[in-house]
Write a protein that binds this ligand. Structure first.
Ligand SMILES: Nc1nc2c(ncn2[C@@H]2O[C@H](COP(=O)(O)OP(=O)(O)O[C@H]3O[C@H](CO)[C@@H](O)[C@H](O)[C@@H]3O)[C@@H](O)[C@H]2O)c(=O)[nH]1
Length: 414
């Protein structure tokens, strides 16, 4: 078997809920557990037998991924990883169809498709094994979520004995099932014939693009979910592989904090040597903590659990940090306290200050405000924010380059 993989990275306009962090870095490259979100996808794909090529498909400028791709080429010399740019958003299956010649080059027999904005253990080999054991064209990774959040996702009704999907409904208005699509799929390459059929059904809306290829008219994109998965379920060619491990979406900036914690926990079990440990004369480390080798942490600081510290960060004496992501070049002065927060690049947190949020809810992480008020969640400081000494910033989102001279609570500081 010779599979390929696609990671759907989307484009700039899609990162709006990820503000203010997406103002400085495209969401797929935001660091969680010390590396860009999509590095976790690539690490999992690198363990799939026979997989040699990964295509990132999206509508960001080409230059956005160039240094990431150089680093990835060094880390995975046996993988060929490239970025293919849609000239506009073509929809979740539009890019896949547009670049079909690239995808099919070298005659792969299967293609993995992974959304960039999900985090999980990516049990890809287990999915592949399950896929090869049935006669479907697609195996979809599924997970069970609480009933009240299921309608934010693609919902699946499957036969318990065979895992054959009987119904697929994208974000239904009323409850259908709490087994949902994780945004991770394995397709047989015969899927391109099904996409072709789907195109024919939308015939009136097809036009020719600047490359002479058939596409849908603007506003009528090819949607993996409604245009492909739904008909596949109707023709009994869709199967589900249910994961019992963790799974999260990364939609808002705040959702990066629990994802950071889940990935760090995974590293703590599989490769504890990659994480920080308490040592005599060193800082007090609790649970899973990643510290970049260039960061300087005072021996009287206490960090963890679930903390990632980026390059060149300086953490002062008596500081307490837990459940947080501290990005590059941040300066945290003595006795500051940072809980459930993301501190943006080049920011400064003054002495005895407190930057604090609350843990976000697990599977309803898309809304940032309700009735005009900020929902209780992670506190986020954008790039180059400065928090004065002895200030409390609680449950706030602060846009880049702000100077916070007084305490604030439940605000979006613009
Ligand atoms: N290349 C490309 N990528 C795209 C495009 N549109 C979206 N994407 C990427 O496709 C993924 C899905 O994005 P959304 O369209 O925002 O869908 P969603 O609300 O996240 O719901 C989808 O994912 C859920 C799991 O996270 C599913 O449960 C649901 O059924 C659906 O597939 C993201 O990684 C996004 O960047 C596009 O036009 N082009």
């Amino acid at each position: 078997m010779h599979p390929k993989a696609i990671i759907l990275v989307g484009g700039p306009s899609r990162g709006t809920r990820f503000r203010p962090l997406s103002l400085n870095v495209p969401k797929p490259l935001f660091p969680v557990a010390g590396k860009p979100i999509i590095s976790h996808h690539i690490a999992a794909l690198s363990k799939v037998e026979g997989l040699k090529e990964i295509l990132l498909i999206g509508f960001f400028e080409d230059s956005v991924f160039s240094s990431f791709l150089q680093d990835a080429a060094r880390e995975y010399p046996n993988l060929h990883i490239r970025y293919l740019r849609e000239y506009q958003s073509l929809g979740t299956a539009g890019g896949m169809y547009h670049f079909r010649d690239e995808i099919l080059r070298g005659n792969p027999d299967q293609v993995f498709v992974l959304h960039a904005d999900v985090a999980c253990t990516f049990p890809l080999n287990a999915m592949k094994k399950a896929h090869e054991g049935h006669r479907g064209l697609c195996t979809i990774l599924g997970t069970k979520v609480p009933r009240d959040s299921a309608n934010n996702f693609g919902c699946l009704v499957a036969k318990p004995d065979t895992n054959e999907v009987l119904h697929y409904v994208e974000k239904p208005e009323t409850f259908v099932s709490n087994l949902i699509s994780c945004g991770v799929y394995l397709f047989d390459c015969a899927i391109f014939d099904e996409i072709r059929k789907s195109l024919e059904n939308k015939k009136g809306n097809v036009e020719t693009d600047i490359y002479g290829k058939e596409v849908f008219q603007d506003g009528n994109k090819l949607r993996l979910e409604q245009d492909l998965l739904r008909p596949l379920a109707q023709s009994r060619k869709l199967f589900v592989y249910e994961t019992k491990d963790f799974w999260r979406q990364i939609k808002t900036a705040g959702s990066a904090v629990p994802v950071n914690g889940l990935y760090l926990e995974q590293v703590l079990h599989a490769h504890p040597e990659k994480l920080a440990k308490s040592t005599p004369g060193g800082p007090d480390i609790v649970g899973a903590v990643y510290i970049h080798p260039t960061a300087r942490i005072d021996p009287n600081a206490k960090l963890g659990p679930n903390v990632s510290i980026g390059p060149n960060v300086v953490v002062g004496k008596g500081t307490r940090i837990r459940d947080s992501i501290i990005l590059d070049n941040v300066d945290i002065k003595q006795n500051a306290c940072i809980l459930h927060a993301i501190i943006g690049w080049d920011s400064k947190v003054g002495c005895w200050s407190r930057v604090e949020g609350t843990p976000p809810s697990a599977h309803n992480s898309t809304a940032v405000t309700k009735n005009g008020l900020k929902i209780q969640s992670v506190t986020i400081l954008g790039k180059e924010v400065s928090v004065k000494d002895e200030t409390i910033i609680r449950n706030c989102i602060v846009l880049p380059h702000k100077e916070l001279k007084a305490s604030c609570e439940n605000e979006i500081v613009m």
